[in-house]
Design a protein around this ligand. Structure first.
Ligand code: ZN
Length: 1022
C-alpha cells in the first residue's frame, strides 16, 4: 500500500498553497481560475456625458449614444452615465449571476430609479449581484444605469496621489459583462487565504502556524478545482481548524464596519455627496444580507447631504439606525480639525451635529470620533463632556514622527480636569480589511496589555470612501473564535467603551493636549482659509450678540434663526480636517473661500439689521462693543463729507456709545531721526524703528524696561527653505530651522506716514525675492499698549516659509499659548524628544513669554503657527507648498500682528483682552445724536470672559450666554445685566436645562463660581 510521504518543508508547502490561490500564476489549473464560470456580453451599452453632477431623473432623460467597452471619456470631474440593457441566459438557472463592471472612475448602479450599489475598482467592488440563485420567474431582461464619476477614490492626482489633479485625465470602462460567479469557490478561496496568512503572520516560532500549514497543505491535496464535489471535504478541513477555540483570556477585537469619507480633500465637496451615496448604499446592501454587520458612520453634514440627494437611501439608513446596525457616531457636524477652530466653533460642531442626530435618528452620540485629525486640543474633554460625550476614539497619534504615544486605552484629562475614556485602535488604522495581519497587530501593538483586553478594529476602505466589502465580512466571520487569533465580535462603539469602562481600574491618565508630531505646516498653509475662519468666527459672534440685544430692545425683532444656522454650518463645514488645515486641492480652496464670502456678505446684512435696532437709528455715528469689557480705542470714522477721520471712543462692555471726541491723555508722537530711524511713542511704549522696519528698541515706559534682546532687532522677517519629506501642504520638518535667512533688502525705507496725535504710523517696503514683496504699516495708537503691524505680502514663492521674529529680553523655560477657552504652556527648550518634537506649534489669538513681573505677548488677527524657542518669539506667516494645490498661497495676503510688552503676569496685564480687541474691532453703527451709552452685560472678574450671547436653539425669547474662566484661577464673580430676565438656569453645551441648578437672580446680577478654565452656560428667560 502506498503511503503519502510526510513533508516538513515549510517553504515549499506554504508557497504551494499560495500558488493554488494565486491571481497571477497557474490560473489555468488552480482554484482562483475557477472563481468565474461562463460569461455573456451585455445586450447594449450607451452613454451620456455630463460636465455637471446631475440627479438620476435628469440624467435618465438624456440622449444616450452607443458606447464600446474601452472607449475613453472625460475629462476629470465630468460624469459619464451608462444605460445598460442585459439579458441573462435562461440556461444559467440556479447560478449566481453578476454584472461584472471594471472602470477607472467611481461608479454607482441605479435600478428602477434608485441607487443600489457602488462600483469602485480600487475599492474592490467590481460586481453587482443580479441574482444569487437564478430562478425562472426572476426577470431575465433588465435595464440598469451606471453613473461613473471621472475621478478615482483619491481624486485624480497627477503622478502621485497628493499631486494637484490632472484636469485632462481620460477614463474608460475596461470590462462590462454578465458572469456566473462560483460562490463555493469564493468561500474556499477565503479559507485558503486566511490559513496562508496565519502561517505567514504567526511565523516559525508558533506551533499554531504549523497546524495551519499542514491543514492548508492537506486541503490542496484534497481539492480538485475542476470537481466541485471535492470542495465540501476541503472546506470541512478548514472548518476544523477555524473552530478550534481560544482560551478565556484571549483579547477581544470589536470589529466595526467603517468608511472614512473626507468631506473634501483631493476632490470637491460636491463629489463627497456622491461618495457618501455610493459607499453607504453598499453598506446597506451588506446589512440586508448580514444582520450582524455593524457600520459606524460619522459627520452629520454627510447625513444631511444624503438626506437631500438620496432621500430613498436616507429612509433605509433611518431603518437600520433603529435596528442598531447603521450607527451614527461622533456627534459633530464634520470631523473637524482639532487645533484651529475656536472654542465656540467646537461647541457648535457638537450643537449642530448632536441636534441633527437627535432630530433624524432620535439619539445623541456618546463618543467623539476623530480618527484622522491632526492633533487634539486640551479643551476637548470639557467640551465633549458638556455635549453629552464621555468617550473618544482616534488613531492619528500613531503618525507621530518622533515619539511613540504610550497608551492605546487611557483616560484623557483636559485643561479643566474633565476626563474622557479614550481609545486608539492598536492596529493604527481606520481602514482595515479583516486580514490576519491586522488582527494580530491589534493584539501585539496594544500598549495596555494586561490592563485593557478589548480593542476596536475599523474595517472598510476609507479616506475617499468605499467602505466594507463582503469579503472583509467573510474573513472576520471565519476567524471569530480561532485559537491563535484574537477573539472577534461584530460590535459597536457603545459596546466597546462599556467594556473598557467596566474594566478601567488600571488605566493610565494623559493630561493636556494630544499633540500630533507631524503636519505642523497645517497651522499656516492656505492663509486665506485661516483668515476666513478667524474673521467669520468673529462676525458670527458679533451678529449673535447684536441680534440678541436687538431682540431684548425690540420684541418685534426677528432673530435670524435659519440664516444664522446656514452660515454657521458653512463655517463648520470649512473646519473639516483637510480644509481648514489647507491640505486640499485648489477646487476645495475656491469653494471654501466662496463660503467665507457668503458668510461675510449675508452676515454683514444681518449685522446691519440688528445694529439698526441698537442705535435707535439716526444720523450720528456710534460704536458697538461686542466684548464684555469697557474699551477705549482709536477708531476711523467717515465724516459728513466722507473724509476719514480718527476719533478716540470709550464704549461700555457689550454696549453702545456715540462717538464724541475726547482728547487722549498722551498723544502719539512720531519723529524721524537724523540716523534714518523713526522714534514713536504714546506714553506707554516707546519704540525705535530701523530703516528696514525692524525694531531697534521697544521700551515699556512705566517699568523702564527694554523688551528687545541685546544686539537684536524685533519684527525681523525671516525666510526658510521648506521642503518636507512627502506631505507637502501638511508638513514642515525640523531641519527647516537650519536654513534661516533674514529678509534684509529694503525697497522703501521706513518713513513717517502719520505724525501722531491719535495715531502714528510708519511704512516700510521690503523685497523678499525677485517676486515677493512685503509692505508694512507700523502703527501706534493713543492709549494702546501694543504696536500693531498691518502687513501686506505679495507672495510668489516655492517651498519657502516666511516668519517674523521677536527676540525678547525675557528668560523662561515655558511659553504660553492661547487655545480654545483657555491657554497652556509649552517648553521653550529642547531637553527631551517630546520637547523638540514641538518645534512648531499652534496657538490662537496670542502667545506670551513671561518671567516674573515682565513679559512680551505676540498677538495676531488670523495666524495659528507659533514657535518660541529660548527667548525668540516667532509667528509663522506664509508657506508655499505645491501639493495637493499647486497654487497654494500664491498672491496677495493681508494680516496684522502686534507686540505687547507688559509688567506683571500676562493675566494681570490684560493680554487676553488685548488679543480679543485686536480680533473684534469696534463696529461702527448709525445712532441718534442724543444716544446715551449703554451696556447689556458686564462681568465682575477680569478673568471671566463672556464669550457668547445667542438665542436658545429651541426657545424664542430665551438667551444662552456662555462664559469661561480665562486665567486658570478659581473665582466667584457676578454677571450683571440690564436685560429683563425672568428666570435663569444652568445648561450644558447642547443648551439642555440642568433642572437641578436654577440660577439665583438678584438686583446685583447673577453670582457664578468658576474653577480654572471652566466653561459655564446659562439659559436666560426673558
Ligand atoms: Zn480624513
Amino acid at each position: 500500500m502506498y503511503h503519502l510521504p510526510v513533508l516538513k518543508n515549510r517553504r515549499t508547502l506554504l508557497e504551494r498553497a499560495e500558488k493554488f490561490i494565486s491571481e497571477i500564476y497557474f490560473t489555468d489549473c488552480n482554484l482562483r481560475g475557477r472563481l468565474y464560470g461562463d460569461s455573456c456580453p451585455l445586450e447594449s451599452i450607451a452613454s451620456f456625458l455630463s460636465p455637471a453632477r446631475i440627479p438620476f431623473t435628469e440624467a435618465s432623460k438624456q440622449n444616450f449614444a452607443p458606447y464600446k467597452v474601452g472607449e475613453t471619456f472625460g475629462p476629470t470631474w465630468w460624469t459619464s452615465w451608462f444605460k445598460v440593457t442585459l439579458e441573462i441566459p435562461a440556461a444559467w438557472r440556479g447560478k449566481e449571476v453578476h454584472l461584472l463592471w471594471e472602470s477607472d472612475g467611481e461608479g454607482m448602479v441605479w435600478r428602477d430609479g434608485q441607487p443600489v450599489q457602488g462600483l469602485t475598482k480600487d475599492g474592490e467592488k467590481t460586481s453587482y449581484i443580479l441574482s444569487e440563485c437564478l430562478k425562472d420567474e426572476e426577470p431575465h431582461s433588465l435595464t440598469l444605469y451606471v453613473e461613473v464619476a471621472c475621478n478615482g477614490l483619491f481624486g485624480a492626482g497627477q503622478g502621485s496621489m497628493i499631486a494637484a489633479p490632472d484636469p485632462k485625465r481620460k477614463f474608460s470602462v475596461q470590462r462590462a459583462e454578465l458572469v456566473i460567479f462560483n460562490r463555493d469557490v469564493r468561500r474556499l478561496l477565503t479559507d485558503f487565504e486566511m490559513l496562508v496568512d496565519i502561517v505567514k503572520e504567526l511565523g516559525e516560532g508558533e506551533q499554531r502556524g504549523y497546524q495551519a500549514l499542514f491543514t492548508v497543505n492537506e486541503m490542496v491535496n484534497l481539492c480538485d478545482p475542476s470537481d466541485p464535489s471535492s470542495f465540501p471535504r476541503v472546506h470541512s478541513l478548514a472548518h476544523k481548524f477555524f473552530s478550534q477555540r481560544n482560551g478565556e483570556s484571549q483579547h477581544t477585537v470589536h470589529a466595526m464596519g467603517h468608511c472614512h469619507i473626507d468631506s473634501a480633500w483631493l476632490w470637491p465637496y460636491e463629489e463627497t455627496i456622491r461618495k457618501c451615496g455610493r459607499s453607504w448604499v453598499t453598506a446597506i446592501g451588506l446589512m440586508e444580507k448580514d444582520p450582524e454587520f455593524v457600520f459606524t458612520c460619522s459627520q452629520a453634514q454627510q447625513f444631511q447631504w444624503v438626506k437631500s440627494w438620496y432621500p430613498g437611501l436616507f429612509s433605509k439608513i433611518q431603518h437600520y439606525v433603529k435596528k442598531g446596525q447603521f450607527i451614527p457616531v461622533g456627534g459633530a457636524w464634520v470631523e473637524m480639525d482639532g487645533n484651529l477652530p475656536s472654542g465656540e466653533s467646537m461647541v457648535r460642531q457638537f450643537l449642530e451635529g448632536q441636534r441633527f442626530f437627535d432630530r433624524e435618528f432620535g439619539m445623541f452620540c456618546k463618543e467623539f470620533w476623530l480618527p484622522d485629525t491632526f492633533g487634539y486640543s486640551a479643551q476637548l474633554p470639557q467640551i465633549m463632556q458638556g455635549c453629552g460625550i464621555a468617550n473618544f476614539l482616534t488613531q492619528k497619534l500613531s503618525w507621530n514622527l518622533v515619539n511613540t504615544f504610550p497608551h492605546n486605552t487611557f483616560f484623557w484629562e483636559g485643561l479643566d480636569g474633565s476626563k474622557v475614556l479614550t481609545h486608539f485602535p492598536p492596529g493604527n488604522s481606520y481602514e482595515m480589511k479583516g486580514r490576519v495581519e491586522e488582527l494580530l497587530k491589534t493584539v501585539n501593538n496594544n500598549k495596555d496589555k494586561g490592563r485593557a483586553n478589548h480593542s476596536a478594529a475599523l474595517f472598510g476602505f476609507g479616506d475617499g470612501g468605499g467602505g466594507p466589502t463582503q469579503l472583509m465580512l467573510d474573513r472576520l466571520h471565519l476567524v471569530q473564535d480561532t485559537d491563535g487569533i484574537p477573539r472577534i465580535r461584530m460590535s459597536s462603539p457603545d459596546k466597546l467603551f462599556s467594556q473598557l469602562q467596566a474594566d478601567s481600574a488600571l488605566l493610565c491618565t494623559w493630561t493636556g493636549e494630544l499633540f500630533l508630531e507631524l503636519h505642523n505646516g497645517t497651522y499656516t498653509t492656505q492663509a486665506e482659509i485661516k483668515r476666513g475662519n478667524r474673521q467669520c468666527e468673529a462676525l458670527l459672534h458679533d451678529i449673535e450678540i447684536a441680534s440678541s440685544l436687538a431682540l431684548c430692545r425690540d420684541r418685534t425683532f426677528l432673530y435670524p434663526v435659519e440664516k444664522l444656522q446656514e452660515l454657521w454650518r458653512l463655517l463648520l463645514l470649512n473646519q473639516f480636517h483637510d480644509v481648514i488645515p489647507g491640505s486640499c486641492i485648489e477646487m476645495v480652496v475656491k469653494d471654501a473661500l466662496k463660503y467665507y464670502e457668503d458668510i461675510r456678505c449675508d452676515g454683514a446684512a444681518l449685522l446691519r439689521k440688528a445694529c439698526e435696532v441698537l442705535g435707535s437709528r439716526g444720523s450720528s455715528t456710534g460704536a458697538f462693543n461686542t466684548l464684555p469689557w469697557e474699551r477705549q480705542e482709536v477708531v476711523q470714522i467717515q465724516d459728513g463729507d466722507d473724509k476719514p477721520r480718527l476719533a478716540l471712543v470709550r464704549v461700555p462692555s457689550i454696549g453702545v456709545s456715540p462717538i464724541n471726541d475726547a482728547q487722549p491723555v498722551t498723544p502719539v508722537s512720531v519723529t524721524a531721526q537724523a540716523d534714518g530711524t523713526v522714534l514713536m511713542e504714546n506714553g506707554i511704549l516707546q519704540t525705535v524703528i530701523n530703516k528696514d522696519g525692524t525694531l531697534a528698541s521697544l521700551h515699556l515706559l512705566s517699568a523702564n524696561r527694554e523688551s528687545i534682546s541685546d544686539g537684536c532687532c524685533g519684527n525681523q522677517f525671516v525666510m526658510f527653505d521648506d521642503v518636507p519629506l512627502y506631505w507637502d501642504a501638511w508638513d514642515v520638518m525640523d531641519y527647516h530651522l537650519q536654513t534661516r535667512k533674514p529678509v534684509v533688502e529694503v525697497l522703501q525705507p521706513a518713513h513717517v506716514v502719520s505724525t501722531g496725535g491719535l495715531r502714528g504710523s510708519v511704512s516700510v517696503t521690503l523685497r523678499v525675492s525677485d517676486k515677493s514683496v512685503i509692505t508694512q504699516e507700523i502703527v501706534m495708537d493713543a492709549m494702546c499698549p501694543y504696536v500693531k503691524f498691518n502687513t501686506e505680502v505679495q507672495w510668489e514663492e516655492s517651498h519657502k516659509f516666511l516668519k517674523v521674529e521677536f527676540p525678547v529680553r525675557v528668560r523662561s523655560p515655558n511659553a504660553t499659548y492661547e487655545i480654545q477657552f483657555g491657554h497652556l504652556q509649552r517648553p521653550t527648550h529642547m531637553n527631551t524628544s517630546w520637547d523638540w518634537a514641538r518645534f512648531e506649534v499652534w496657538g490662537h489669538k496670542w502667545a506670551d513669554l513671561s518671567e516674573h513681573n515682565f513679559g512680551v505677548a505676540l498677538l495676531n488677527d488670523c495666524k495659528y503657527g507659533y514657535s518660541i524657542h529660548k527667548n525668540t518669539m516667532t509667528l509663522s506667516l506664509l508657506r508655499a507648498p505645491k501639493a495637493p494645490d499647486a497654487t497654494a498661497d500664491m498672491g496677495t495676503h493681508r494680516f496684522a500682528y502686534a507686540v505687547m510688552p507688559h509688567t506683571g503676569s500676562f493675566q494681570d496685564a490684560s493680554v487676553i483682552r488685548c488679543a480679543y480687541n485686536l480680533n473684534f474691532p469696534l463696529r461702527l453703527i448709525q445712532c441718534s445724536p442724543d444716544l446715551e451709552p449703554w451696556s447689556a452685560f458686564s462681568v465682575g472678574a477680569q478673568s471671566v470672559v463672556l464669550e457668547t450671547v445667542k438665542q436658545a436653539e429651541d426657545v424664542k425669547g430665551t438667551l444662552v450666554v456662555r462664559l469661561y474662566e480665562s486665567h486658570g484661577s478659581s473665582v466667584t464673580t457676578t454677571l450683571s445685566t440690564f436685560l429683563p430676565i425672568r428666570e435663569a438656569w444652568h445648561c450644558d453645551l447642547l443648551e439642555r436645562r440642568d433642572a437641578g441648578r436654577p440660577v439665583h437672580l438678584t438686583a446685583g446680577g447673577i453670582t457664578l463660581t468658576f474653577s480654572p478654565f471652566q466653561i459655564v452656560s446659562l439659559l436666560l428667560i426673558l
